[in-house]
Unconditional design. Structure first.
Length: 91
């Protein structure tokens, strides 16, 4: 169990996302931090990351790995498809 509230995770998660962003930009991609809910970090891949065959690996071995190392080993990241942002409230 992650010993932090969602509110406590917000700024550290944003910080990690901001550090990952430049590497995605090298290939024309981008990432947007949306929120933290139930210790899950919700992001949105943008630009060339949308539909990219490597986007799953980018999430798991790039973004999530950085979040686990910087914040907590049990943290997870979830990509929210464009247009589905309102669905996070229903989780």
């Amino acid at each position: 169990m992650i010993p932090f509230t969602d509110e406590e995770l917000m700024n550290p998660a944003r910080s990690v996302i901001d550090k990952v962003r430049p590497s995605l930009a090298l290939d024309g991609g981008d990432i947007e931090f949306i929120t933290v809910k139930n210790s899950k970090v919700y992001i949105q891949l943008r630009g060339s990351c949308i539909g990219c065959a490597s986007s799953g690996s980018t999430l798991k071995y790039g973004v999530e790995r950085q979040l686990k190392m910087a914040i907590h080993p049990e943290i997870t990241v979830i990509n929210v498809p464009i247009g589905m942002e309102d669905e996070i409230d229903n989780l």
